[in-house]
Every structure is written in C-alpha cells, then in structure tokens.
Design a protein around this ligand. Structure first.
Ligand SMILES: Cc1cc2nc3c(=O)[nH]c(=O)nc-3n(C[C@H](O)[C@H](O)[C@H](O)COP(=O)(O)OP(=O)(O)OC[C@H]3O[C@@H](n4cnc5c(N)ncnc54)[C@H](O)[C@@H]3O)c2cc1C
Length: 369
C-alpha cells in the first residue's frame, strides 16, 4: 500500500515539534505529528515553564522575540495559560547587583528594570527578603509546562492535524518516514526528537557530542503570599544564561558564587522558582552523561529546597512531587538545526532553553522550508 502523504511530517510531539506543527498549520499546510509516546511526556512537561526571552544571548534576541509572539498566538488559539508576569531577580551580593546594573545599561529599561529591596521583596512575595536590590525582566513569560504541550496537541488535533502516537520512528530520508507501525510520506519532514537524536541521526549527534543533562526538580504547595505566576531567577542563573554572562561583571560574579555558595556551584545549580496554579516548581542542578544515572541525590534535592525556600521565606515546604528531568545538551551549540537531505530538517535544542525558544525555532524552520 502507498504511504499516506502530507505537506509536513513532524517527528516528536514535544514543544519544539508542536510549535512547528502550529506554525505549519497556520500557514495552511497539511501536517502529521508522529511520536513514540501516547502523549507529551518528555522535557516539555518536566520543566519550569519559564520563557526567559530576555536572558538569552544578544544575537538570538530576534528569534526570542519571534518565539514570544508565537507563544502568545498559540496561547490565544488553544486557550493555554501564558502569563506576562516577567521575571524577578533578587540580588543578594554586590557582584549580583553589578551584573544586573550592567545588563540594564546594555538592554535598557524596557527589558531590564532595576528594583529596590522593597520592590523585589514585594515581587516575590517575601517582605523579609535580605537583598541589596534586584531587577524585573518584564518581557519574560510563564506557561504551565504540564498543560502547554498536551493542550496544544489536543487543539491541533481538533484543527485537523493528524497525530500518530505510539509510533516509534526508525528512519527518515527524502520525505519517507519509517515507523514500527507503518510508513508515511511528506514533502518535508521536521525531526524534533530531543536527545533521542542519537538513535535517528547518530552522526549528527556525535558531531555535536550530544549528551543528556539531568536536573533535580520538586513541586511544593504555594503559600498564598507567593504570587501565582511567579518567575524568580537567582545569582546562579545570572552566571548561566548567555544574555547575563555577556556583561563584564559576570566574571566577578562567578568568583563571588564560588566563595559564597560553593555547594550550589558544585552541583551546577541554576536556583530558580516558578509558580503554576497552587504550586511552586523548584530546581535545579545539572549532571551530564551519555547514559544518565536515574537516581535523585537527596543532598542535592535538600540543598535546592533549602536555598529556594529561604529566598521566599517559606519555613515548612510541603513537597508534593520530585522528579529528575532531562534534556539534550551540547558543549558546542545551543541549537542543532541541520538538513541531512533536501526534504529533512532536524531541530534539537541542546541546552535548557527549549520552552523559551520553541516558537522562534519553529519560525526559522518554516522560513527555510
Ligand atoms: C527540569 C527541566 C527544566 C527546564 N526548564 C526550562 C525553562 O524553564 N525554560 C526553557 O526554555 N526550557 C527549559 N527546559 C528545557 C526544555 O524543557 C527543553 O529544551 C524542551 O522541552 C525540548 O523540547 P523538545 O520538543 O525538543 O523535547 P521533548 O519534549 O522531549 O519532545 C521530544 C519528543 O520526541 C519524541 N521522540 C523522540 N524520538 C522519537 C522517535 N524515534 N520516534 C517517535 N518519537 C520520538 C519523544 O517521545 C518526545 O515526545 C527545561 C528542561 C528540564 C528537563
């Protein structure tokens, strides 16, 4: 039997694949999404739902802003929660304040508003916060990672996008997609398999030395005093995201963190908190491996919990869930965007920024088609 043909096949029903499907559908193309799972269960539901547009590098700000627009359109169409509450960053040392000051000088008040201690304390809901001051990044957004990808997939299915769940793709070439449950054909195939790139295009994964990054995460009950749409980054975040690390003061911050917070530095923490409904998402640490260890280290989990709740003035956090998240990582790039043949595009976010950049990456994929 001849394989069924559509304009576009998207392999991978995580946020990168779904954003691509959304934009392709918007353009009036016929779209099929194929995924090995029965629903989105990958990185796209395991994360903070923090769309950190402002913290991305200067040279991807256009893509980040396109992503912001994409999220807003998808949220309006599919009824997703997408909160424009921005990000609060308390500065608890001179070195942190200096990074924020320089970042503000560079990007301007439209992107980076400097705050007094009282203002940042109010922003995160802890009047007793010990800080020197802080910043608010008003363009950043919050989405609910447990809702966004599943609901977007559901909405797309209702709009006529074909979904083949429980189909494990084993080959993609020249518009042909082979799966364990039959073959499919399209004018163009966009492959978004996250770290499972190693299975479908091993040479490409090797070229970028693709590894799996694992992160320690927890969900706690949100006390009423903490705002529901909270997005909070801290000093370790300022030493991590490319936008912040580009300012001269970032070097002194690294030394400052090493001296003040050696345990957080040791577990490669990006200490941050976001809010969804009545809960707070707390994390994270980073471990890198080709085949990750599945265990959550209790010491790391407690460290992150203690440090995060100290910022928020939460004394007895009630932990509801813990999990180890994972995403694709490469030391040489944040994004693998490649064309193994004229009818195939591969898109893998190789850093912890795929929720933020998904719709911008999808726009670039569609532009190239
Ligand atoms: C703990 C944690 C916190 C994070 N925090 C943030 C954050 O706050 N902000 C941010 O921007 N990013 C964050 N990230 C990163 C972000 O979640 C990822 O970059 C993004 O979700 C990647 O999306 P994806 O669609 O590529 O991957 P996934 O969501 O993993 O989707 C890939 C899909 O491909 C399917 N697939 C793979 N291989 C095959 C195959 N052979 N056949 C069929 N289907 C296949 C899988 O089943 C899966 O559904 C975080 C990640 C984690 C783990």
């Amino acid at each position: 039997m001849k394989p069924m043909k559509t304009d576009v096949i998207v392999v991978g029903g995580g946020i990168v694949g779904l954003a691509t499907a959304f934009l392709a559908h918007e353009k009036g193309l016929s779209v099929r999404v194929i995924d090995r799972s029965t629903q989105p269960v990958g990185s796209s539901i395991q994360n903070f739902g923090h769309a950190c547009f402002t913290g991305q590098a200067d040279d991807v700000q256009d893509m980040a802003m396109k992503s912001r627009e994409g999220w807003k359109r998808a949220a309006a169409a599919a009824g997703l929660w997408a909160h424009e509450s921005g990000t609060f960053i308390p500065a608890v040392s001179e070195a942190e304040m200096q990074v924020l000051q320089e970042f503000h000088n560079k990007r301007g008040a439209e992107q980076v508003q400097l705050l007094s201690r009282e203002e940042v304390a109010q922003g995160i809901g802890n009047p007793k916060l010990q800080a020197l001051g802080g910043a608010h990044l008003p363009l950043d957004m919050r989405v609910d990672p447990r809702e966004a990808a599943p609901k977007l997939a559901q909405w797309l299915a209702g709009q006529g996008v074909e979904f083949n769940w429980r189909h494990e793709v084993h080959s993609v070439a020249d518009g042909q997609v082979g799966t364990n449950r039959g073959d499919f054909e399209a004018s163009h195939v966009v492959v978004c398999p996250n770290y499972r790139l190693t299975q479908l295009f091993p040479e490409l994964a090797d070229k970028f030395d693709l590894r799996v990054c694992t992160l320690t995460m927890a969900l706690i009950e949100r006390p009423d005093k903490i705002p529901a749409g909270l997005g909070m980054l801290t000093g370790t975040s300022l030493a991590r995201y490319d936008g912040f690390t580009n300012v001269p003061a970032a070097e002194a911050l690294r030394a400052d963190l090493q001296q003040r917070e050696p345990e957080l530095v040791d577990c490669i923490a990006n200490l941050m908190v976001t809010g969804i409904d009545d809960y707070l998402l707390i994390g994270d640490s980073h471990d890198y491996a080709y085949s990750p260890n599945p265990f959550i280290d209790q010491e790391t989990a407690s460290l992150l919990m203690d440090k995060a709740t100290a910022y928020l003035g939460i004394e007895n956090p009630r932990v509801v869930q813990r999990w180890q998240g994972s995403y694709a990582d490469s030391r040489s790039t944040n994004l693998i965007l490649d064309n193994p043949d004229a009818q195939t595009t591969v898109a893998v976010v190789a850093s912890g920024i795929g929720m933020t950049m998904s719709f911008g990456i999808a726009a670039e994929i569609l532009r190239q088609l």
